[in-house]
Design a protein around this ligand. Structure first.
Ligand SMILES: Nc1nc2c(ncn2[C@@H]2O[C@H](COP(=O)(O)OP(=O)(O)OP(=O)(O)O)[C@@H](O)[C@H]2O)c(=O)[nH]1
Ligand SMILES: [Mg+2]
Length: 197
């Protein structure tokens, strides 16, 4: 978190993290479209729409005394570019961990989760995290339940951790997850979610 005293702005870094193809880019796009800011999002993608390095965008909110500036990133899920993920996470203030809630993806999700734990060590327990169980719109498939995912991680060690079901492709639960993360980072804040330019 960076305090810019001159401009009375607090700069906060949020990263969407998770396994390949879980819906990180879709979540960030959906979040930005909630504020009509989709066009301001920068994505570094391959020709088939896979994230090469990250997606990046800025959301600014006006406060009474201080303004908030959120730098929002999504890390690449492709293991070929895994070496770029620590840089994307550097200085992060809050993480949205996007899970692919298809049951067969459990291992895939846990591999990514374990990577995150390994990168931060014990520090991970102090970072606010919202787990988004994404693709909850898929009806024909067997889906991961919250309890199931929780039982696979050391849930109680985390100071601020919450789970939300999302369907990023329909924009469902995306803003709710983001708001929860902001509440974790700024517990005293009642945020008026209206962006400023
Ligand atoms: N049904 C369904 N499909 C989704 C949802 N979110 C994303 N997808 C699809 O999942 C695929 C991968 O989505 P991306 O947002 O590119 O995933 P990503 O996590 O950014 O992938 P990488 O950057 O390659 O790691 C795309 O075909 C999306 O349309 C969702 O909520 N429901
Ligand atoms: Mg992506």
């Amino acid at each position: 978190m960076i305090f810019d005293f001159e401009n009375k702005t607090l700069q906060v870094k949020i990263v969407y993290y998770g396994p390949a193809m879980s819906g990180k880019t879709t979540s960030v796009k959906s979040l930005f479209s909630c504020f009509n800011k989709e066009n301001s999002l920068k994505s570094i993608e391959s020709t088939v729409g896979r994230t090469l390095l990250f997606d990046f965008g800025v959301l600014k909110f006006k406060g009474a005394k201080w303004n908030l500036k959120f730098l929002v990133y999504s890390a690449t899920g492709q293991d070929f570019y895994a070496s770029t993920r620590p840089a994307t996470l550097n200085g992060v203030d809050g993480i949205i961990f996007v899970v692919d809630s298809q049951k067969e993806c459990l291992e895939h999700n846990l591999r990514s989760w374990n990577e995150l734990e390994k990168l931060f060590g014990h520090e991970i327990y102090n970072i606010p995290i919202v787990i988004s169980l994404n693709k909850y719109d898929l009806t024909q498939i067997n889906k991961l339940q919250e309890a199931e995912f929780i039982s696979c991680i050391e849930y109680t060690k985390f100071k601020q951790l919450s789970l939300k079901k999302t369907a990023a492709i329909k924009g469902e639960g995306v803003l709710d997850s983001f708001s929860q993360l902001i509440k974790f980072i700024f517990p005293q804040l009642t945020l008026n979610l209206e962006v400023s330019n």
